[in-house]
Design a protein around this ligand. Structure first.
Ligand code: DAT
Ligand code: MG
Length: 149
């Protein structure tokens, strides 16, 4: 089953929106298979965002993601990557439609509350940065047949 990496960014926690953000994703039927609170080092943050190295916003991005605790989460389910990205919205909250997390809860691209992996290969790479194998738990939910055909 497909997995994606989600981060509730520091603004999400500071604004007490982590419950709301997780709620929206969890209610889709995607299953939480790993979750933790952590504060990123500059090294880990730079590794996570390595595709953006050298861009004008890179330093601010790394400072922001390291500025407070975050929640890292692995979500699992059919098309988990694309489904989570649809719920999250566009990179810039201003361009994100109503009904999406960034569209409903954010104003600026540099305070966009949440990260979700962009594709399956990014998801695998990012999950490996944040989670050890034993921190991802495989389990069945009793109502799974009502969520996944
Ligand atoms: P996403 O988080 O939607 O995958 P991305 O990978 O293009 O977006 O960029 C990573 C993060 O970098 C994004 O969530 C917010 C920040 N960012 C992207 N473009 C930016 C810009 N033009 N100015 C400031 N921050 C930006
Ligand atoms: Mg991205």
């Amino acid at each position: 089953m497909e997995r994606t990496l989600i981060l509730v960014k520091p603004d999400g926690l500071q604004r007490a929106l982590s419950g709301e953000i997780i709620d929206r994703l969890e209610k889709t039927g995607l299953k939480i298979s790993g979750i933790k609170l952590l504060r990123l080092s500059e090294d880990i943050a730079s590794k996570h965002y390595e595709e953006h190295t050298g861009k004008p916003f890179f330093e601010d991005l790394v400072n922001y993601i390291c500025s407070g605790p975050i929640i890292a989460m692995v979500l699992e389910g059919p098309n988990a990557v694309e489904k989570a990205r649809n719920i999250i919205g566009k990179t810039n909250p201003l361009e994100s439609p109503a009904g999406t997390i960034r569209g409903d809860l954010g104003l600026e691209v540099s305070r966009n509350l949440i990260h979700g992996s962009a594709n399956i290969s990014d998801a695998n790479r990012e999950i490996n940065i944040f989670f050890e194998k034993h921190e991802i738990i495989e389990y069945k939910r009793s109502n799974e047949k009502w969520i996944i055909d």
